[in-house]
Ligand binder design. Sequence first.
Ligand SMILES: Cc1cc2nc3c(=O)[nH]c(=O)nc-3n(C[C@H](O)[C@H](O)[C@H](O)COP(=O)(O)OP(=O)(O)OC[C@H]3O[C@@H](n4cnc5c(N)ncnc54)[C@H](O)[C@@H]3O)c2cc1C
Length: 383
Amino acid sequence: MVMTFLIELGLIISLRRRLTDLLHWLFKKTLKLPISKGPEDLRKEVLGQDFCSCCGGCIGICPYIKIVREKVIIVENCGLKEGKCYNLCPHTPTDTSRLERNIFGAINKDPILGRYVSIKQSRATNPAVQGPGQYGGTVTALICSALERGEINRALLTQGFNRRKADKDPLLPAARLVKNSKGVIECSGSKYTACPTLSILGEAVNNDKNIIGVVGRPCQVAALRKLQDIEPEVFCSRVPLVIGLFCMWALSYREFNKFLAARGRIPSIRKIDVPQEQFVIFTRGQPIRIPFEQIKELIRPSCELCSDFTSELADLSVGATEFDPEWNTLIIRSKRGQEIVDEAVDNGVIEIKELPPERVEILRRAAADKKKRVREAISKKGK
Ligand SMILES: Cc1cc2nc3c(=O)[nH]c(=O)nc-3n(C[C@H](O)[C@H](O)[C@H](O)COP(=O)(O)OP(=O)(O)OC[C@H]3O[C@@H](n4cnc5c(N)ncnc54)[C@H](O)[C@@H]3O)c2cc1C
């Protein structure tokens, strides 16, 4: 009896939602208002074309979208013509100027590096933070500091090969919502395969006590900013801090796993780094050095169409310096980002110094090259 009632109630709610969506769509069509697209378009334009960057955004807001070993699929048709899943995707049309206005206000735009206040060199001062960090441990230190000072009370991060749970499948990174410095440090280090980190964001914001800092690749930062624009009352107030990573590409997990399997058993992986023209896997034994030419084949196709190297829509962007592995390049972009850095410096959590101007030029060249490669790739594809 109760069961039947609940099923009927569910059906009524679902029918009402679909009817409202249909009326909404008809209203826009009649008035010739712009109609946005939905899951079927997402499937046609992104997922089915292998342009998905596995950011996890659509999975996080829709129960009908799932991921199977890094492949995002729509498991059931929800029947809606318009959907957030399409609108938040980093590979669907994006009104970047609007997003920039939301985040940065009047901060000037550099055509190559995006909007920023200053570019520094930075590193964590605590060896227990810097040690496990990818380079200077700036990201880990800033997130720990924001948690300790109550700026946020959760951080959405990406855990990888250093976690016991991931041992069976050591290269498959996973999203993790952490609440203290211990958890943040456990997520340190770069995992060079794509991870759907945003897939648990929807659930995380459902708890209205959560105030979350998010760390992600440029595509994830873009998806999150689009989501904040679509639903500001939820995603702006509950996600007040976004730290973006520099990212030229991410590997396909499936391809990388196959590639490694063909080389025989790899002992436990501690860290992966990509110094000039090499891909180095640090294990408990000897490091394994692979020429970058071989790894290139494993890059996700979506990365070839992403022109954002430095996470231009983040509050703070962090990358390598390329000349000193103990330091990071840190781009301070928003007022919020500036406050977080000032606090961390005042409390001795990170140290910063000027990035030499010639290094800023090298960074700018790398970012410009990525934009140029993408323009060429797009014109080759004729889209
Ligand atoms: C796929 C990928 C490609 C990159 N390419 C470049 C590059 O070309 N040039 C460059 O200068 N820097 C690149 N980086 C950034 C660089 O590797 C460091 O992450 C960055 O410099 C921060 O260093 P850190 O010492 O502060 O890191 P840490 O303090 O160790 O913090 C790293 C943070 O990154 C998060 N993270 C790790 N892996 C992922 C992932 N797959 N997706 C989302 N978040 C993740 C972790 O949750 C952690 O919070 C890349 C990172 C990734 C993940």
